[in-house]
Design a protein around this ligand. Structure first.
Ligand code: PEP
Length: 244
């Protein structure tokens, strides 16, 4: 159950959030909880989450370890703060920062090298879905970005299926639509990495997940978890999702 705060909240807001959120998920032991605040709040989030089962992730990373790359943040830096996860290739990164499939591979490998668990996002745009290209897009994203990983690298990633038309729009994919896409992704994983690896990889659904719809999504066998944007900004609402 992962939350992506995007470009919202300050360090002070982060501390206030954890004060409300932690008691609401206290004792939850049968699911992993990850929150991904903006870079400047990671330290506050790690410090607040200490002693709890909540893990902290970043929303992006650069593939180099260090260097003259103004404005970027590396995997070892994120790991040094105490993070365990990092989101890679969110559709907003693909769309506004032109991240390519090659970037996805490089960033995923860099995250693993820095001992971070990558949450790698894939998903089609509205026009692609409407013109029947969903399967082609998911295959291309998988083969281009995830396919080049070594089997032992693939075994450590989490995939998030996030249809772009469902992100921040209030339009959730129906559980059936999400499940169908997850099945396509798992099929690609089976072709490239084999039966066992495909069965084990966790595929999260993301796109307007709310306390009201999480249960029906999570009821689908193919849906192993959720990546939540807007609804993760409110501690009560994210706790309700976590505790669905
Ligand atoms: C996201 O940002 O990953 C996301 C799924 O956003 P939202 O839940 O707001 O649609």
């Amino acid at each position: 159950m992962a939350g992506n705060w995007k470009m919202y909240k300050t360090a002070k807001d982060t501390r206030a959030y954890f004060a409300k959120f932690l008691p609401l998920v206290n004792g939850v032991a049968d699911r992993e909880i990850v929150l991904c605040p903006p870079f400047p709040n990671l330290e506050a989030a790690v410090s607040e989450a200490q002693g709890s089962q909540v893990k902290i992730g970043a929303q992006n990373l650069y593939w180099g370890k260090e260097g003259a790359v103004t404005g970027e943040v590396s995997g070892p830096m994120i790991h040094a703060v105490g993070c365990t996860h990092v989101i890679i290739a969110h559709s907003e990164r693909r769309e506004y920062f032109n991240e390519s499939e090659e970037d996805v591979t490089r960033k995923t490998k860099a995250a693993l090298e820095a001992q971070l668990n990558p949450i790698v996002c894939v998903g089609e745009r509205l026009g692609e879905r409407e013109s029947g290209q969903t399967e082609r897009v998911l295959r291309e994203q998988f083969q281009g970005g995830i396919g080049p990983l070594a089997p032992e690298e693939f075994a450590q990633i989490v995939i998030a299926y996030e249809p772009v038309w469902a992100i921040g729009t209030g339009k959730t994919a129906t559980p059936e639509i999400a499940e169908e896409a997850h099945r396509m992704i798992r099929e690609e994983a089976r072709r490239r990495f084999g039966e066992d690896a495909a069965a084990k990889v966790r595929i999260l659904y993301g796109g307007s997940v709310k306390p009201e719809n999480v249960k029906s999504l999570m009821a689908k066998e193919e849906i192993d978890g959720v990546l939540v944007g807007g609804a993760s900004l409110d501690p009560q609402s994210f706790a309700a999702i976590v505790n669905f």
